[in-house]
Design a protein around this ligand. Structure first.
Ligand SMILES: Cc1cc2nc3c(=O)[nH]c(=O)nc-3n(C[C@H](O)[C@H](O)[C@H](O)COP(=O)(O)O)c2cc1C
Length: 174
């Protein structure tokens, strides 16, 4: 199945999660295409049969480009399955601990009719951050590190791939 994986990433970690999801979908026999929500047109997704959208989280929210893209695409979903993910929590233990409830994506879920919103741990590297961002991370006492769980990312992508394959098999041929 043709699947669009659309990501919004400021420092690259969400982009790499999108790449890993696309790679897993391809390994499972689907045809993924990766889009950057900051530059893609919603029209680029018109011939996709399923849509996965993921954004980095800053101050509890999706990046602006992702929120705008989700709003714009919502009118063109037309029954296609949609999954959302966020890249956010960092540190040991992960902060925020209750990211699933703290990330403000209710509107994006409602608008797109997404069947799931998955939260993945992210990466923080203070050298990449601007002064304002760095002071927030320092105040939270989060250690630099890559907290992404690649097995969890691949498992999620594989479960989506399975659902898409099942859907394909239900569709009448011809
Ligand atoms: C200034 C700042 C604010 C952040 N706020 C949140 C937040 O509210 N919730 C969260 O789960 N993660 C938060 N994070 C963590 C980022 O989401 C995480 O580093 C993510 O991997 C960044 O993705 P990117 O590399 O694709 O930009 C914040 C990080 C920074 C630097």
């Amino acid at each position: 199945m043709k699947v669009s994986v659309a990501v919004a990433s400021k420092h690259g970690s969400t982009q790499e999660i999108g790449e890993a999801i696309a790679a897993e979908l391809a390994a499972q026999g689907h045809e993924p295409r990766l889009h950057d929500m900051a530059t893609a047109s919603i029209l680029d997704l018109d011939d996709s049969e399923a849509i996965i959208m993921g954004s980095a989280v800053y101050f509890g929210k999706w990046m602006m480009a992702a929120s705008v893209f989700a709003q714009d695409i919502s009118a063109r979903v037309e029954g296609r399955p949609v999954w959302l993910f966020s890249t956010g929590p960092v540190g040991t233990p992960l902060k925020p601990a209750d990211a699933q409830n703290e990330i403000d994506v209710d509107e994006q879920i409602r608008m797109t009719g997404a069947s799931e919103h998955k939260v993945f741990a992210g990466r923080v590297d203070k050298n990449q951050l601007r002064l304002g961002e760095r002071s927030v991370v320092l105040a939270l006492r989060v250690q630099d590190g890559d907290y992404r769980d690649w097995d969890e990312v691949r498992d999620w992508a594989r479960s989506i791939a399975g659902e898409l394959t099942a859907q394909e098999q239900r569709q009448p041929v011809g």
